[in-house]
Design a binder for this molecule. Structure first.
Ligand SMILES: [Zn+2]
Ligand SMILES: [Zn+2]
Length: 539
C-alpha cells in the first residue's frame, strides 16, 4: 500500500522524454511506482481498487506531474531564516534551491550582523549565529525551511573573512587560508564554489587567484558557478576567463545568468553560447543558466567604478562625503551611461535603513534619471544621494537586456532555468524583481504555452534533471522509482506568473500540488503550514 497515489496524471518525467498518462505511487518519501495507464478508466474501475492501494489519493485530473523544480541560482540563503515558508518558491513548484551564488554566502562569518547589513538588498535577516557552513546549515535546519536548500560557498565571503574588503592581493598564507575555507565548506557538505567578479571584494581577485581557488574547489568535486567579470562589452573575455580557470582546474563550470547588458552588446550571448559549445567539445563540463526577464536586479554599488568599494560600504560612504571623490565616482558612473548603464532603466527596488533627514523611500519604483529630475540634479548625483542616505545599501532593478537574447539563451539545450531570486513573503515593501515570484511559471506560461519557444518537456528538463545533474543530485530531478518524492502538479493551460515589475507582490498561480519528500507542501493551490525541506549535504 502506498502512502500516496497520484492518478490520472500527465507525467513529464524531467528527462525531456514525451509526457504520458499514468500514475505515481509514493512510499516512505520516495517514488516507489510509476506506470503508464490508459486514459479512459471508468469511475467504477478507477475507484474500487484505489481505496486499498493507498492511504491518500490525488486525482490529478490530467494535470501535469513533474519533478519539483530545482533552482540553480538562488540567494535564499540570506532570506530563508526570516521567511522559511518559501511561499514564493513553492507556489511555482520549486522544491530545491541552490544558494551561495554570485560569490556571496552567509559564511564564513566573523560577524553575522555585518553580513546581514551588507546584504540588506536581499532581505537578509538572520535569527542565529554561526561561523562556517556547518553551523549555518544547522541554523537553517533548526528553522525548518519549506524547500530544500543546497549550499555553495562564495569567493567574496571567503575573501572578506580572510583578507577584508580591500583591493589587495592575498599573500601565500592568505591564499592558503582561503583554500582551507573551501575545503572546510566542502567537508560540511556544500555543493559548489561561486564567484561574483563584478562585486567587491570578489572583483579584486585577479584571474590567477580565482583559478587557484577553482582548482581547490575542483579537488573537492565542487561545481564552480560564476557571475562573470563582465556581462556587457567584455562578456566574451569573461566567458574565456571562466572557461580557462575551469579547464586548468578540471572543474565543472556553471555560467550564471548568461546575458548581455546595454544595446551595444546585444547579440553577444549567442557568441558566448558558441564558446561554451566549443569548450564542451574540448572536454569541459560547462553549462549555463538564465532567468527569463530583460531586467537584472542587484545592488546599486555594482554600477560604480571598482575603487569606490575598496574597503567596503563604510569606505564608500567616506568617499561620498568628500566632494572631490564623490564627483569622481559620479563622473565614472556617468561615463557608462548609454553604454552598459541606462539611467532611465536603473530603478530603485529596496533601500537599507536610512538617514531620517534624507529618506528616499518615496523613490522606490523610480529610476535614477526620474529621481534626478525631481531633485533637480543629474542621474549620477541622484545615485550618490541615495547611497549616502541609505548606508550604501540600495537594491536596484536594472532594465538592460534584449528580449531576443533572453529567448536565444533560454532555448539553448545547455541552459537551465534559474531565478537569481530569493524567498519573499507574499506581501512586503519595496519593488522587488518579479523573478522571485515567477521565474519558473513564466517559462511555462509565456515561453512554452504562449510563444511555443520550447516544448513543455524541454522546459521541465531545464528545471529538473539538468540542474540535478549539475549538482550531481542523484536522487532528485526525475520521476522514476527510488527517487525522492519531490513533485509538483500544475495545469499547463493556466499556470502563470502574476508578479510584474509594477506590481511585484503577487504569487504564481496554476500549481495545485507540491510534494517535498512525499509530504504535501502545497495542497489545492495553498501552501501548507507544515514545512518539509532540509539542508541537503553533499556526500
Ligand atoms: Zn549574479
Ligand atoms: Zn545571483
Amino acid at each position: 500500500m502506498f502512502d500516496l497515489l497520484i492518478t490520472n496524471a500527465h507525467i513529464i518525467d524531467g528527462t525531456g522524454q514525451p509526457g504520458f498518462h499514468g500514475e505515481v505511487g509514493i512510499l516512505d518519501g520516495r517514488i516507489s511506482y510509476v506506470a503508464h495507464t490508459p486514459k479512459t478508466v471508468s469511475e467504477h474501475e478507477a475507484e474500487a481498487p484505489h481505496e486499498s492501494r493507498a492511504r491518500q489519493m490525488i486525482d490529478a485530473h490530467d494535470q501535469v506531474v513533474v519533478p519539483g523544480f530545482i533552482d540553480l541560482h538562488s540567494h535564499a540563503d540570506f532570506s530563508i531564516m526570516a521567511d522559511p515558508a518559501a511561499q514564493t518558491q513553492l507556489r511555482q513548484g520549486v522544491t530545491t534551491a541552490l544558494v551561495g551564488n554570485c560569490g556571496s554566502s552567509p559564511f564564513p562569518a566573523r560577524s553575522v550582523t555585518q553580513i546581514q547589513r551588507d546584504n540588506a538588498h536581499l532581505d537578509a535577516e538572520f535569527t542565529a549565529e554561526w561561523t562556517g557552513a556547518r553551523g549555518y546549515s544547522e541554523a537553517v535546519d533548526d528553522v525548518g525551511p519549506g524547500i530544500n536548500i543546497a549550499l555553495q560557498v562564495g569567493l567574496s565571503s571567503i575573501r572578506s573573512y580572510v583578507i577584508g574588503s580591500n583591493d589587495a592581493a592575498p599573500d601565500s598564507q592568505q591564499l592558503d587560508a582561503m583554500k582551507r575555507q573551501i575545503v572546510e565548506a566542502a567537508e560540511a557538505g556544500v555543493y559548489g564554489f561561486s564567484s561574483g567578479l563584478i562585486y567587491a571584494p570578489g572583483m579584486y581577485s585577479q584571474p590567477k587567484e580565482v583559478a587557484a581557488l577553482v582548482a581547490e574547489a575542483a579537488e573537492s568535486d565542487l561545481l564552480y558557478s560564476t557571475h562573470m567579470r563582465n556581462e556587457s562589452h567584455s562578456l566574451l573575455a569573461a566567458v574565456d576567463e571562466a572557461i580557462d580557470a575551469a579547464t586548468a582546474a578540471g572543474a565543472r563550470l556553471e555560467i550564471s545568468h548568461l546575458k548581455a547588458m546595454g544595446p551595444e552588446n546585444y547579440g553577444l550571448p549567442a557568441l558566448a553560447l558558441e564558446r561554451i559549445e566549443k569548450a564542451r567539445d574540448g572536454g569541459l563540463d560547462v553549462k549555463a543558466d538564465v532567468y527569463p526577464y530583460t531586467a537584472s536586479s542587484t545592488r546599486l554599488t555594482s554600477r560604480l567604478p571598482g575603487y569606490a568599494m575598496d574597503g567596503g560600504q563604510e569606505a564608500l560612504l567616506e568617499q561620498l562625503s568628500d566632494p572631490v571623490q564623490r564627483s569622481k565616482i559620479a563622473g565614472d558612473m556617468a561615463a557608462r551611461f548609454g553604454k552598459d548603464i541606462d539611467p532611465e532603466g536603473v530603478v530603485i527596488a529596496a533601500l537599507g535603513s536610512g538617514d531620517t533627514d534624507h529618506d528616499y523611500t518615496w523613490a522606490i519604483g523610480e529610476s535614477i534619471a526620474q529621481i534626478g529630475r525631481k531633485e533637480g540634479c543629474t542621474a549620477e548625483e541622484a545615485a550618490m544621494r541615495l547611497l549616502s542616505a541609505h548606508g550604501a545599501s540600495v537594491g536596484i532593478v536594472n532594465h538592460a537586456m534584449a528580449p531576443e537574447d533572453v529567448a536565444k539563451v533560454l532555448s539553448h539545450p545547455l541552459v537551465s532555468v534559474a531565478s537569481d531570486g530569493w524567498t519573499l513573503r507574499p506581501k512586503g515593501e519595496g519593488m522587488p524583481h518579479p523573478r522571485s515570484f515567477g521565474t519558473f511559471v513564466r517559462v511555462l506560461g509565456k515561453y512554452v504555452r504562449e510563444e511555443g519557444l520550447i516544448t513543455l518537456e524541454e522546459a521541465v528538463r531545464k528545471m529538473t534533471s539538468q540542474p540535478a545533474e549539475r549538482l550531481r543530485l542523484e536522487d532528485r530531478g526525475v520521476i522514476s522509482q527510488g527517487k525522492v518524492a519531490d513533485l509538483a502538479i500544475f495545469d499547463a493551460d493556466s499556470v502563470r506568473e502574476n508578479s510584474t515589475f509594477d506590481d511585484p507582490w503577487q504569487l504564481a498561480s496554476g500549481v495545485s500540488t507540491v510534494l517535498v519528500a512525499g509530504n504535501l507542501a502545497v495542497n489545492e493551490g495553498e501552501v501548507a503550514s507544515e514545512r518539509h525541506g532540509t539542508v541537503l549535504r553533499k556526500r
